[in-house]
Structure formats: structure tokens, C-alpha cells
Design a protein around this ligand. Structure first.
Ligand SMILES: [Zn+2]
Length: 377
């Protein structure tokens, strides 16, 4: 008897263990069921404050950072109608490309809307080892400017993914590119240059990463530090170009990815008077720091321009609201860029006018200034 009692004594222990495990698991599942995915969570604010939903800019503006991908064949009537609704006087299409495509784009624009669109051209920097470099490219640029091109747009592939014949990464400050930058100065056209990516793309993809959602939705945007030049490296290469070519005007795209560090951007602008910037796709940086951003925009009112990047009529409304109003705690239009709320900067009219069009008129040649005759000032 004693033997069999000993045999049964283990069973309650096993049952207890099993119950404990089940309890723990149920707790886990329960917890999970009550936790929402970050992409799903859309709390509706209960805050009651004044709201100003602007669908049109207070002053006519130039969008200096836009991409239209079918310009040679595009029906521009609809686009111009939308531009009129927004009070966008001039759109700068940075994707002008070159050669026949560029020629046909210009023809299409000039048919009806010659003063409403500006085209920037694009070059293939991977040709820099080809015979005939740089002279062929320089004459392509001269031709393009004769045809009506008003600037050069440089994509982020330069400095990140473009390679030379040896397979080496082409740095923005590669001396083989110097003739290009110098030529832009000579021709009197600005270079709008996008270098790098938001710094957070280099950070670990974890719960502390501000751009975690974007890296989840677009995994290829992650910059593995093992396989990529660092953020600081590519930005330093870009700044070396700015310093080396003081006679050329540069527009550093996307607040030069220093929208989250406006002091640093301010220092760069102080150091390099040939550099301007624009706010395309980085509005959420300004909108989350209304006090600092307002001060920055006022102090650097001669250096910052209106830009949007990807075209979507309704998304401009948020730009107008951040720049013009003093609204509080309102939504941005793209969660992966900003899981935070926006606040209006309430910029003075004189600053708005510089950002909306006066700086663009100064930097980009040949814009029809009569489109900006406003009654204010
Ligand atoms: Zn762009």
C-alpha cells in the first residue's frame, strides 16, 4: 500500500503544473487580444479647440519639389485646375529627365501652360567613367537650359547606390563630378539635391525607432550600417560639395534631413550662403515643434521654400494649416512619417510670402513674377 500511495503523489503536482501553464497561456492570449496593432490604433481626439481647414494657400505659391512622371503625354488641364484650387501658381517638376523625354515634356507644357510649370533635368552620374565625360554631359546640360530647363535635380541614388566602373560607391563630393556643379553655377541654374534618408533609417528596427512603422511597411528603406555608408558620412559628402562650389546655388531637399535638429540646419545655412532648403515630405518635423520651428522659419525666412514631393491635392491642406494657422493637435496625413500630432506655426504674412514664392523667384530663373501680384505689402 505504501508503495502505491507514493506512486499517486506525483499526479497533483503534475495537475498543478498544467493548470499553472494554462493560466499563464490564457493570460498571454488575453493580453494579446486587448492590444491593438499600432497601424490600427486611430484614437479620435476629444480636444475642443478652434480649427481652420484651409484648402487654398493664403498667397500664390511655387511648389519647388514635385514629381510628375508622365509629363510628355499628360493632360495638364486637370492638374492646372487643381493647382488653381490650391493657389499653386507654379509647379516645379523635378523629374524632367533629359533628351527626347525632356523635349516632349517642355513641348507639352509650352502648348498651353508655359508659365505654370518649371522643369528640372536629371543626369546619369554612373557614366562618369565613360569616354567623353564630362564634356558630353556638360553639353547635354547646356542644350537643356537652352530648351528651357531651369535647374538640375539630383536623386538620392548619388551617394547611396550609384557606383562607378570599379563598383565603388560614387560620393557626392567625387571630384569627377566637380565640372557638373561648376557648370550649374555658370548657367545660373540651381541644383536641388536630395542626399541620404531620415537618420532613423540607420537605427535599429526596434520599439524605440521613430520610423519603425515605415521600416515595417517598406523594409528596403532600412539602412543596415554594415552595408551602407553612415548618415553622417553621406551628409558630410554633400556639405563638402556645397563648400567647394560657392558660386553654385544648392537647394538641399527635405530640410536636408535636419528638420529634427533645426539648430544644426541653422548652423549649416549660416556657414553656406549658397544653400537653400525646402520642406517637401518633412512638414511633420516642423509641425511637432511649433515654437522652435516658428523661430527657425522667421530667422531663415530667406532660405526656406515651399515643397511637397509626392503629388496629392488634399495633402497640401496640411501644409497650409501648419504654416498659416495656430491650430493645435491635428493630424498629419501619413502615419509612417509621424505618429504624432501637428501644431500650426502661424507664420506672419511677410514670412509666408517668402516661403511660398519670393525665395523661389530669387533662386529659380525665369519664373513669371506677374503670377504673384498680391495686394498684401
Ligand atoms: Zn522628391
Amino acid at each position: 500500500m505504501a508503495f502505491s500511495a507514493k506512486k499517486w503523489v506525483g499526479i497533483p503536482i503534475l495537475i498543478l503544473l498544467f493548470l499553472g501553464l494554462a493560466y499563464w497561456l490564457i493570460g498571454k492570449i488575453h493580453y494579446r487580444l486587448n492590444v491593438m496593432d499600432v497601424e490600427e490604433y486611430e484614437p479620435i481626439s476629444t480636444l475642443k479647440v478652434e480649427e481652420h481647414h484651409l484648402k487654398s494657400a493664403k498667397f500664390p505659391f511655387v511648389d519647388v519639389h514635385n514629381h510628375q512622371w508622365t509629363m510628355p503625354v499628360q493632360d495638364l488641364d486637370k492638374l492646372v485646375q487643381e493647382m488653381n484650387d490650391l493657389n499653386m501658381a507654379v509647379m516645379v517638376n523635378l523629374s524632367g529627365f533629359r533628351g527626347k523625354y525632356l523635349e516632349e515634356s517642355l513641348e507639352n507644357v509650352n502648348e498651353q501652360y508655359s508659365n505654370r510649370f518649371v522643369l528640372f533635368m536629371n543626369l546619369d552620374f554612373e557614366k562618369l567613367d565613360d569616354e567623353g565625360w564630362p564634356n558630353e554631359t556638360l553639353s547635354v546640360m547646356e542644350e537643356a537650359v537652352k530648351m528651357g530647363v531651369k535647374g538640375l535635380k539630383v536623386y538620392k541614388s548619388l551617394g547611396l547606390t550609384d557606383t562607378d566602373n570599379e563598383g565603388n560607391r560614387i560620393k557626392a563630393d567625387d571630384p569627377r563630378l566637380d565640372p557638373i556643379w561648376a557648370k550649374c553655377g555658370e548657367l545660373g541654374i540651381p541644383v536641388l539635391i536630395h542626399t541620404g534618408e531620415p537618420e532613423a533609417f540607420w537605427f535599429p528596427k526596434d520599439k524605440n525607432n521613430e520610423r519603425w512603422l515605415e521600416l515595417k511597411q517598406y523594409p528596403s528603406r532600412y539602412k543596415d550600417p554594415e552595408k551602407n555608408p553612415s548618415f553622417e558620412e553621406v551628409m558630410a559628402e554633400q556639405h563638402a560639395v556645397f563648400r567647394k562650389h560657392p558660386e553654385t546655388t544648392f537647394i538641399a531637399a527635405h530640410l536636408d534631413w535636419f528638420g529634427n535638429d533645426l539648430k544644426r540646419l541653422a548652423n549649416l545655412l549660416d556657414e553656406m550662403p549658397n544653400v537653400y532648403t525646402e520642406i517637401g515630405a518633412v512638414l511633420a518635423e516642423l509641425g511637432r515643434q511649433p515654437i522652435t520651428a516658428r523661430e527657425f522659419m522667421i530667422n531663415y525666412q530667406d532660405r526656406v521654400m515651399m515643397g511637397k514631393d509626392a503629388y496629392n491635392k488634399e495633402e497640401y491642406y496640411t501644409y497650409f494649416r501648419v504654416l498659416e494657422t495656430r491650430d493645435e493637435y491635428f493630424d498629419y496625413y501619413r502615419k509612417r512619417h509621424a505618429h504624432w500630432k501637428m501644431y500650426g506655426l502661424g507664420l506672419p504674412d511677410s514670412v509666408l510670402q517668402k516661403v511660398y514664392y519670393q525665395n523661389a523667384l530669387k533662386v529659380i530663373p525665369g519664373i513669371d513674377s506677374t503670377l504673384f501680384n498680391t495686394n498684401v505689402n
